[in-house]
Design a protein. Structure first.
Length: 136
């Protein structure tokens, strides 16, 4: 966890997979908080053109390579995580910008954790980025 706090403190750009316009969802409130804390939020949601006033991308693969990503924060059901990993790891290998994959509280995948570690990417699961940030 210490390394994750360090990465969070030294990061600027956070891709948020599953970012939402629904104000009652954590996938809206937490990215909004991070945006208010001066992080650049890069929303990823195939069903929306914009979240929190920011252009939304359909997938990690659609984010231009000149937009550097420090953290990929995921708000998707656990069953969807493994299918997201190929694009995340491909991006990491091609651009070498992702420092941390962060699955929100209640979201986990042992396979995704294994894939991240095999590729040298830090990985957190089932921990709320808001709670960690608030504790720093």
């Amino acid at each position: 966890m210490l390394k994750s706090k360090e990465i969070l403190k030294n990061s600027k750009n956070i891709a948020v997979i599953g970012a939402s316009n629904n104000i009652i969802k954590s996938a809206h409130r937490i990215p909004k908080y991070l945006q208010e804390m001066e992080y650049n939020i890069i929303p990823v949601n195939p069903n929306s053109n914009e979240v929190l006033g920011v252009k939304t991308y359909k997938s990690i693969a659609d984010i231009p390579k000149d937009i550097k990503l420090d953290i990929v924060n995921i708000f998707r059901p656990s069953k969807d995580i493994d299918s997201l990993m190929p694009d995340i790891i491909k991006r990491f290998k091609e651009v070498n910008d992702i420092k941390l994959i962060w699955l929100q509280e209640g979201i986990q995948s042992s396979e995704a954790k294994k894939i991240a570690h095999e590729n040298g990417v830090h990985f957190i699961q089932s921990i709320c980025i808001y709670k960690v940030h608030a504790s720093i």
